[in-house]
Structure formats: C-alpha cells, structure tokens
Design a binder for this molecule. Structure first.
Ligand SMILES: C[S@@+](CC[C@H](N)C(=O)[O-])C[C@H]1O[C@@H](n2cnc3c(N)ncnc32)[C@H](O)[C@@H]1O
Length: 223
C-alpha cells in the first residue's frame, strides 16, 4: 500500500515535470515565432514605411497609365538616357526602355528595385534598363538627358536647385502631378492628377544666366 502510494506520487511528479517542460518548449517556440514574424514584418514592410518617416515623405504611389502615356508623349522627339527619380515598381523606366531609351531607375526601397529588375527581365528590356538602390539626394543626375520625377510638393524646391546645378543644357525634365516652384514650364500636358510639366534645361539655365547678369549690372549701378 505504501509502495503504491510512493509510485503514485512519483508518477504525479514526473507528469508535472514533463508538463512543465512542454510548457517551456511551447513558450520558447511561441517567442521564436513572434520574434521571427516581427523581423519578417520589419524586413518586408520597413522599406515601405521608412520613406514616410523621413523629413521629406515620398511614399510609393505608382503612376497611372495615363500619367505614363503623358510622360512618353512629351519625350517622343527625344532620345538618349533617361532617369526616373524614385522609380517605384519601374513602370516608367520600363515603358521608356520599350520606346528606345537607355533607362535608369533610382529607388530607395530594395524590394521595389528587385521587383523592377524582375519585371524588366520578364518584359525583355533588362539590357536597356538599370535599377539602383540609392538615395536620390546622394546621386548626381548630370549624366542624364531626360529626367522624370513623380515627387511631392515638399521636395520640389530642393530638387529644383539640385537639378539646376547638375543638368546640362540639352537635358529635359518631366515633373508628374506636382510642378517645380520657380521654373517656368516649356510645355504642360494632361489634366488633374495626370498632368505633366516639361522643363528644358536650356530654358531654366538661360533664366538663371539672365538673372545673374541683371543682378551684377544692378550691383554695378549701386557702386
Ligand atoms: C510617388 S512614387 C513614384 C514611383 C514611380 N516613379 C512612378 O511614377 O510610378 C515615389 C518613389 O520614390 C521612392 N523614394 C522615396 N524617397 C526616396 C529617396 N530618398 N531616394 C530614392 N527614392 C525614394 C519611394 O520609395 C517611391 O517608390
């Protein structure tokens, strides 16, 4: 009887310890699963959320089909290199490559860059396109003859100054949805959210030269 009691007690203790170890293992698995999910969520969603947390928030909003058509229509008579600043899923770069441009996308979000490369390969234009994971404020656009930007109003003044300093006279800039604040467009096409503004560097460069000349002659008059 006493032995049986001891056996029962031993069995109960064993059961309790094995249930404790199962609980421990379940807890460990749950922690790992939660940690893994959080890491995956951060890696997946982080690049999409990060642009919204920057000083200038430029989120991924893809161009509409009409917007892409309008961009191509104002570049019809042009050739050479093209860059889409903040190229998103690569739709403008790919559409331009299909029209014969040597096209480049500059994009901060690596997922979008990898997706763009895949899309360019699927559409047979990978030899005419390049996509770079880069910050638009840290690259120079001086080598491009056609520049496309679908930005936000908060960044246009700063970008205008950057392009003014970097671009050569034969270059053309196409702004989608939001115009530049001080340049006068050479041409405007489309309406509403699909409007595109065309700026030729020879126009905005000549305005700066004229302004500089006017300023220096005013300075001389004051002497
Ligand atoms: C409004 S979307 C335009 C996408 C594409 N150009 C189109 O028209 O479909 C702007 C893109 O700029 C990217 N972006 C935001 N900040 C950036 C930065 N500092 N450098 C490069 N790309 C950036 C975003 O990830 C987003 O894909």
């Amino acid at each position: 009887m006493c032995d049986l009691g001891l056996e029962l007690e031993k069995g109960a203790a064993q059961e309790e310890s094995s249930s404790r170890s199962i609980k421990k293992r379940v807890g460990l698995i749950a922690t790992c699963a939660l940690g893994g999910s959080l890491v995956a969520l951060y890696a997946g969603a982080g690049p999409f959320v990060a642009p919204a947390l920057r000083k200038i928030c430029l989120p991924f909003v893809p161009a509409t089909n009409t917007q892409v058509k309008n961009v191509l229509s104002v570049l019809q008579s042009r050739s050479g290199t093209l860059v889409d600043i903040g190229s998103g899923d690569g739709r403008i770069v790919i559409a331009a490559a299909r029209e014969g441009f040597r096209s480049v996308g500059i994009e901060l979000n690596p997922w979008l860059v990898w997706y763009s490369r895949y899309k360019a390969w699927r559409q047979g234009v990978h030899r005419h396109t390049s996509f770079y994971i880069s910050d638009l404020w840290k690259v120079s656009f001086s080598q491009y003859s056609n520049v496309v930007i679908f930005g936000v109003p908060q960044m246009m003044e700063q970008l205008e100054a950057k392009l003014q300093a970097e671009l050569e006279s034969p270059a053309r800039v196409v702004a989608c949805r939001f115009p530049f604040p001080t340049w006068t467009p050479d041409h405007v096409t489309g309406e509403g959210i699909d409007t595109v503004w065309v700026y030729d560097a020879k126009t905005f460069k000549s305005h700066t030269t004229t302004a500089k000349l006017l300023n220096s002659s005013e300075d001389k008059n004051h002497l």
